[in-house]
Design a protein around this ligand. Structure first.
Ligand SMILES: Cc1cc2nc3c(=O)[nH]c(=O)nc-3n(C[C@H](O)[C@H](O)[C@H](O)COP(=O)(O)OP(=O)(O)OC[C@H]3O[C@@H](n4cnc5c(N)ncnc54)[C@H](O)[C@@H]3O)c2cc1C
Length: 415
């Protein structure tokens, strides 16, 4: 058995190029976060997003067999860590677009992939895609049978078209740059009002802009201040019958597949924020005496707190990389590891950044210092991409109850 987390030469090249690009280009996106309204902030990131697309980074997130340049989730993790540690908002705009494309990548026919993915493979423009799952009133129980509401958005066939009605909320970039819709919206909706949830829900690709997409508001979110999370309604939005992704009624399964891949990456998003916080706190501790004789790192309490933080960062990174690798190699333990990476990476990020605020002390409470902003961004991680309480722990719970569950499989030591 080989345990080796050494990056390949290509991965190391990707890491260094992404780090350089992030420092040179993404740093300037920070200014957008100071603008007054959520929409102003989001719109101000457009040139940065365009530069990311132009430099080929969106293509690097789309799998090679579908025409892109991505060779796996480990590569995604490397790229995401570099970008997210510099600017979470605009990085989430790119990752949200990839999430919006996942139902096409996982469930689309070759014809759908060719047609719908084309704008996202170009090295120009600012194409956006959105995964429209969450709804006002909650989404943790999307699979609920009646009398629970489950998924409330509906689609019915009228001739050769789907007609979609409902409301969505918190869906990254879904109303696009002009309030009228992203280029692709993968809409989770009820296509059979009478079937059980495992057969009633489907995902339909809506090609924006559409006059039936009615913007209600841009949420003034606690973190990711320059990322768009809108609330909107779909009012008789029309999509061709041929835009149903996967099979009719397979929407919940397709959603679960997409959110397993993203879970492993959320672990890395936690690592990225912790890494940025640690870099600041370490520098502060090595250079600041705070009126005393020695830099504060020489106080054992400070040194030990930094030791705990760094240990947690390494643990979260390797769990997340392991989960990405398990998904890339289709290991039977992939789902378990991905959910664990999501829960551990997200909750550890909130804890570690809070601990580092204590290390730096009062100077961390200034908006000009990065720790407050990093904590604001980190607060999203346990509650988005499937909340850790309402969705992710339940997933692990369900895995543990499977009759054939082998708890040693995650370490490759199945009975
Ligand atoms: C920056 C950002 C970007 C986002 N991007 C997207 C996106 O692109 N697409 C998208 O669809 N959504 C997106 N979301 C929304 C988000 O991912 C989901 O709505 C969210 O993860 C679900 O929230 P929840 O688990 O709290 O569910 P809710 O349904 O709101 O549940 C609330 C709480 O109720 C409790 N609960 C509910 N049901 C149960 C249960 N059965 N068992 C135990 N506890 C329960 C839990 O404590 C849970 O936290 C985004 C959110 C943010 C902040």
């Amino acid at each position: 058995m080989a345990i080796d987390f050494t990056l390949t030469a290509q991965q190391r090249e990707l890491q260094l190029a992404a780090r350089k690009f992030a420092r040179e280009v993404l740093t300037s996106a920070g200014a957008a976060e100071l603008l007054a309204t959520p929409e102003e902030r989001f719109l101000a990131t457009r040139p940065i997003y365009e530069a990311m697309v132009g430099a080929g980074y969106l293509r690097k997130c789309i799998p090679a067999p579908a025409g892109g340049e991505n060779t796996g989730l480990v590569d995604m993790a490397i790229l995401a860590e570099e970008f997210y540690s510099i600017n979470p908002s605009v990085t989430l705009t790119m990752l949200g677009t990839v999430l919006g494309l996942l139902p096409i990548l996982f469930g689309g026919s070759p014809e759908q992939c060719g047609r719908l993915l084309a704008p996202f493979l170009m090295k120009h423009g600012t194409p956006l895609a959105a995964f429209c799952f969450s709804e006002p009133g909650g989404s943790a129980n999307a699979d609920s049978p009646p009398p629970g509401d489950g998924v409330r958005t509906t689609a019915r066939l009228a001739g050769d078209d789907w007609v979609i009605n409902g409301r969505k909320k918190w869906t990254s970039s879904a109303t696009g740059w002009n309030r009228r819709g992203a280029d692709i919206l993968s809409v989770v909706c009820r296509t059979d009002p009478n079937a059980t949830p495992d057969r009633a829900i489907s995902i339909i690709a809506v090609e924006g802009p559409s006059s039936g997409i009615v913007f209600e508001r841009a949420i003034n979110s606690i973190g990711h201040r320059a990322h768009l999370v809108p609330q909107f309604s779909l009012q008789n939005v029309v999509a061709p019958r041929s835009n149903l992704l996967g099979h009719e009624g397979g929407g919940l399964a397709l959603t679960a597949t997409a959110f397993t891949a993203t879970a492993a990456l959320v672990g890395i998003l936690g690592v990225a924020l912790m890494r940025a916080a640690f870099e600041f706190a370490l520098h502060f501790a090595r250079t600041e005496k705070r009126g005393g004789v020695h830099p504060i790192i020489q106080h054992q309490a400070v040194g030990y707190a930094l030791a705990d933080a760094k240990t947690a960062i390494e643990a979260a990174r390797y769990l997340s990389w392991r989960a990405c690798h398990a998904l890339d190699t289709q290991s039977p333990a992939a789902e378990e590891l991905a959910v664990q990476a999501k829960i551990y990476g997200s909750e550890t990020a909130v804890r570690v950044i809070t601990d580092l605020l204590r290390v730096v002390g009062i100077e961390s409470y200034d908006h000009d210092a990065p720790l407050g902003r990093l904590l604001q961004d980190a607060l999203a991680l346990p509650i988005f991409d499937g909340g850790n309480m309402g969705i992710r722990r339940r997933q692990l719970h369900a895995i543990f109850m499977r009759p054939d569950y082998d708890h040693l499989a995650a370490s490759g030591a199945a009975a």
